[in-house]
Design a protein around this ligand. Sequence first.
Ligand code: ATP
Ligand code: MG
Ligand code: ZN
Length: 262
Amino acid sequence: MTEKNEERNPYSSIRKVIGVVSGKGGVGKSSVTSFLASALTKKGYRVGILDADITGPSIPKMFGIHTQATSNEQGLLPQVALDGTKVMSINLLTENEETPVIWRGPVVARAVKQFWTDVVWGELDYLLVDMPPGTGDVPLTVFQSLPVDGVLIVTSPQELVQLIVKKAYHMAETMQIPVLGIIENYSYLECPDCGKRISVFGESRVEDTAAQLGISVLGRLPLNQNYAAAADAGRIYEVENEYIATAVETVERALPCAPRGE
Ligand SMILES: Nc1ncnc2c1ncn2[C@@H]1O[C@H](COP(=O)(O)OP(=O)(O)OP(=O)(O)O)[C@@H](O)[C@H]1O
Ligand SMILES: [Mg+2]
Ligand SMILES: [Zn+2]
């Protein structure tokens, strides 16, 4: 792994860094990051989530973490969720998790870098970086300062979204970071009575967009009230999400790490 200009905390050993991005807000990026993290954790990998969404952090709540991070002489210690996933987020550093962070861009960018330089991640196979939506300051900072090995793009089926997906793709491309593929969320709703799939947001164009960019669609997640309920209850890691399996396999294949005990 090549080091970029930011030095990792000397007490961290991280094998692969994966950025999870979206063009637009609210497409389910944090949920997908969480599903992916807990699926990898379940497979025996050591996994962390760096919540780079400083102004809209949501990872701790989804994993039921409400206690503040502590530190020792080595640095800042991440919290560990019940399933074993390590988490660092601005929410673990503010006195009250409801306190809004009203910082300007450079301060936000510095906080994200500190999650790399000052956090004692320990030994990790995969560090997933949950980005804020869009192609702004923070993704740029992460791509420039952290050794990101690959990017996953999360999207929803709306037509306009496909344009912003391309933007997100080109940002990664410009930074010479491989895009592992696209995951579509809110793809359809399955009728609980007859199993019929209803395309709530219209017919998906994600396959077209992916083909145009020469990348793969790694999964299409339905709208499922259990996902939101589990996230709200802080137990997102309990969701058995079969729709994330291909994305997990792709990560394992494209960015291999031998799981613990092998
Ligand atoms: N497939 C789904 N079915 C039902 N609810 C979902 C689904 N995906 C996400 N949600 C819910 O939608 C809300 C937004 O999801 P999430 O926070 O993952 O989006 P995000 O893209 O990270 O948003 P932001 O842009 O604010 O960071 C959450 O309450 C989440 O539980
Ligand atoms: Mg989010
Ligand atoms: Zn029906």
